[in-house]
Design a protein around this ligand. Sequence first.
Ligand SMILES: [Zn+2]
Length: 239
Amino acid sequence: MSTDSSSASPATPTWGRYGDLRPTQIDAIRDRAPIAFVPWGALEWHCLHAPIGLDSTKAEGICMAIAAETGGVVLPAIPLGVNTIKPYKGFAHSVDTSADLAARVAEEICIQLADEKFRVVILFTGHYPPEQLDALEEGARRAREVAKNTRFLVWADNQFLGGQYVGDHAGATETSFQMFFDPDSIDLDALPDRPLTLDGDGVMGDDPREASVERGERQLKVVLENTVSKVNALLAEIG
Ligand SMILES: [Zn+2]
């Protein structure tokens, strides 16, 4: 995908990675589209073929693709996964976060972004067990009590895959996203030569050997079809 327009060089970019932007660039973006995307990820076992930061890479890549269409800023991905596959199934290479901590971080980031005059904040998570969504919703709920002029939403990528694809864990869908956003990070040859299971391999969903860069691109297109108009409607609502 193209991330070139997030480069810090244009004086008046329409979107960008928040940490890469100078103050006047942020002003220019916010004047047109006062929206901040907060990609939410995890550090979590994603089987032998995929990196543990997959959820972060996926969420950040999707947020950048949406922002490229709608405008806005994209924060660095926050790798605080609640109920990772470590407590769930005992897989190592996973750093688990309490729901209280994730909610508190979400709350403070939301309030700070409202203080920075963003009128819409979307917590966009690539890690989506119910405990994660509940924690982010709790953070957003608390922020709403404090920052009444900003809309706070919690979205997860699997809500926007349409009927064609299904959210999974280290399966064909997630692996395709990862292959699209960072092709060299996947090694399908690292997988054992047998069917993969949740208990044995930490894989949920279709076999990751069905993944491809092209499928990742198609999935992203579906997500954009299901999100960009929603974001534009939100921006129109706030005027
Ligand atoms: Zn994942």
